[in-house]
Structure formats: C-alpha cells, structure tokens
Design a protein around this ligand. Structure first.
Ligand SMILES: Nc1ncnc2c1ncn2[C@@H]1O[C@H](COP(=O)(O)OP(=O)(O)OP(=O)(O)O)[C@@H](O)[C@H]1O
Ligand SMILES: [Mg+2]
Length: 323
C-alpha cells in the first residue's frame, strides 16, 4: 500500500542540569534576568510524529513515504531513515533553515526550561499532495505539524478523494472547533489520546457517536489503561502489553499508531490492529527515544504470540521481511 505520512520532523536536544533552577533565580532581579546553566549531559534524539510512525512501519518491511519539510541539518537523519526502509524522497529541504528542534533542560527536581524552534516545519503548508501526481497515495496520515499544513492536507485529501487518518493530537489546542470538525468530517479515522478526546468533544460540542457519524472509526489511547477502538456500534478495548521495564515514554503514541497501521493496511481485524499497536508501543517504552527500539517481524510475532492467539494471521507480515 502506498502510504504517506505527514507530520512534524524534529530533533530533540535533551539536557540535564545537575542542580536546581530555582536556586539561581533572583526574584528581585527579574527585569535583568540572565542565566546560563552548565549542563552535565546532552543527547540529540531523532523525533517528530511523521518519522516516528514511519520508523515503526518500516520495521515491518513497509516503505512508507515521508511528506514533510526539513532543514539543512537533516541529511544524517535522512540516511538513518533510508537505511530502515522509509522513503524520504518527499522530505523537502528548506535552504538556510534548520529542522524543527526542541531544546529542553531538566533539573534535579524535574523542573524544565524548554524552547521549541519550528524551523523548516513552518514551511510544511507549501507542500501539496497534488505534487504526488503519478503516484497517488492510497492512504494519508495527517499528524501534528504546522497547523496551516494540517488544514491544507485535510482540504487536499477531501478534494482529491484520498482516504486520510486524522491525528491532530497535541496541535488540537492550536485549532478551532470548526477546523477540527472539518478534519474529522470524512476522515477514515480519528486518532487521539483520552485527554485529547475530551478536549475535542468540548471544543466541537460533539459526542463520540456524533464523531462516528463523521469518521469511519476512532482510536482512543489511554496510556497504561490501554486503548479503545470504536467502529459503528462496536467498541473494542485493548489492554497494554506489560513492558519488561520502562526506559522512556517519548514516542509511545506514535509507535502505537505505527503498529496499528501495519495491521490495518494488511486488512487485519480490529483486535489485531489494537494489539499490534499496544505491543509496538511497549517496545518503544522499553528504550530511550522514539526510535531507539528495534525488532524483526519474526521477533515481534513471537512476542505477540506469547500474549495473544492470532490464529496464524500475523504470518502475512513475514511476506514483507522476504522482500
Ligand atoms: N505504562 C504503559 N505500559 C504499557 N503500555 C503503555 C504504557 N503507556 C502507554 N502504553 C501504550 O501506548 C499507547 C499510547 O499511549 P498514550 O495513550 O499514553 O499515548 P499519548 O498520550 O499519545 O503518548 P505521547 O506522549 O507519545 O503523545 C497506549 O494505548 C498503550 O498501549
Ligand atoms: Mg500523543
């Protein structure tokens, strides 16, 4: 299946300050505040919603296409994604600009001072799905990105009749109720976590059944409580797969989407879609960063079968490994 992933592409620069920010803030000098913290460690993680989801799909042997704007510092990230099987042809470099970057400094009490630079992501609305003429996508994922770009891709998918999955997540707060309704109306599916689900209902004045009249199905993730898949009158609850240990929750939502989508594009049933999402999320949780985990389809299937009986259905994933 020809699947396009739209969404942010970013680097996360994560620093640790071995002290307490509060000890260095002088309340009577706030008008001339000037602080520099010598940090003890820094890591740069590859992230962003679109490549995170693409990464999981690629672990299963898919070749999803990344559709995004990136900066001049993207080349090493591109090489990494290419080596995993992600098609980065449509990751367009914006000259003279950096890839979106998140800089976070965390102190001993977990207080955080962070900055997010949108960089090349601010240009995402300049990309048009019309440019894909000749290799029309079968499915488009619209994940958190520059808000203008998200609206633009919704309009284009609707005009071009391309099925899309609407995943507004953390950008919900940057949209109006009307814009959210437009994204949901006609979407193949809505993907959100339970907090975002409540926020959407409040902002749009809709109920879950109203949403299901507009989108074919809906997936609500609930952290360690698992996830729910709503389709027509059916609701499937998907419990989590217990992690062996928890290293870092960053990217679990994206990993869940990647696992779910892999089952979905193989036309597997809802329970299998949800369970694959849950196990893909658990793998992510066990390593640092959103793309720190790895497995072969055979390893994934073996672990899946220790928890669930798939009646052999997951053998379809092994076909991809041989390609
Ligand atoms: N503590 C946990 N143990 C096992 N699985 C978990 C845990 N937390 C999350 N998951 C899995 O990950 C899925 C997505 O988690 P969650 O609902 O927290 O996403 P999110 O809030 O969108 O996360 P993100 O911070 O990545 O945006 C859950 O449905 C569940 O399967
Ligand atoms: Mg999320």
């Amino acid at each position: 299946m020809n699947i396009i992933l739209t969404g942010s592409v970013a680097f996360d620069y994560l620093m640790i300050f071995p002290g307490y920010f509060r000890d260095h803030i002088l309340p009577d000098k706030l008008e001339t505040i000037s602080l520099s913290f010598l940090v003890e460690s820094m890591v740069r993680m590859r992230g962003g919603t679109a490549p995170n989801i693409a990464y999981t799909l690629a672990l299963f042997g898919e070749h999803p296409r990344l559709f995004a704007t990136v900066g001049e510092d993207f080349e090493e990230y591109r090489a990494w994604l290419d080596s995993k099987g992600v098609d980065t042809t449509w990751a367009k470099v914006i000259p003279g600009v950096y890839t979106a970057s998140y800089f976070a400094n965390t102190d001993r009490s977990n207080a955080q001072i962070a900055s997010f630079y949108t960089g090349a992501m601010a240009y995402a609305s300049q990309l048009s799905l019309h440019e894909l003429e000749g290799s029309r996508p079968d499915l488009v994922m619209i994940s958190p990105n520059d808000p203008e770009a998200m609206k633009h891709y919704v309009t284009e998918c609707q005009e071009m009749g391309i099925p899309y999955l609407y995943d507004p997540s953390q950008q919900i707060v940057r949209m109006t109720g009307e814009e959210l309704c437009k994204g949901i109306e006609g979407a193949r599916a809505l993907f959100v976590n339970d907090y975002e689900f409540a926020l959407i209902q409040k902002m749009t004045g809709t109920t879950p059944s109203d949403i299901l009249k507009r989108a074919q199905f809906m997936v609500v993730t609930r952290g360690e409580q698992g996830a729910s898949i709503y389709s027509g009158d059916e609701v499937h609850h998907i419990p989590v797969v217990p992690p062996e240990h928890i290293a870092d929750p960053t990217g679990v939502g994206d990993a869940f989407r990647g696992g779910f989508l892999t089952a979905y594009i193989h036309s597997l049933d809802w329970l299998t879609c949800g369970r694959m999402g849950a196990l893909a999320a658990t793998y992510c949780l066990e390593q640092h960063g959103p793309q720190g985990h790895s497995y072969t389809p055979a390893e994934f299937i073996a672990r899946y079968r220790r928890h669930f009986d798939d009646q052999g259905k997951l053998d379809v994933l092994l076909g991809e490994e041989r390609k």
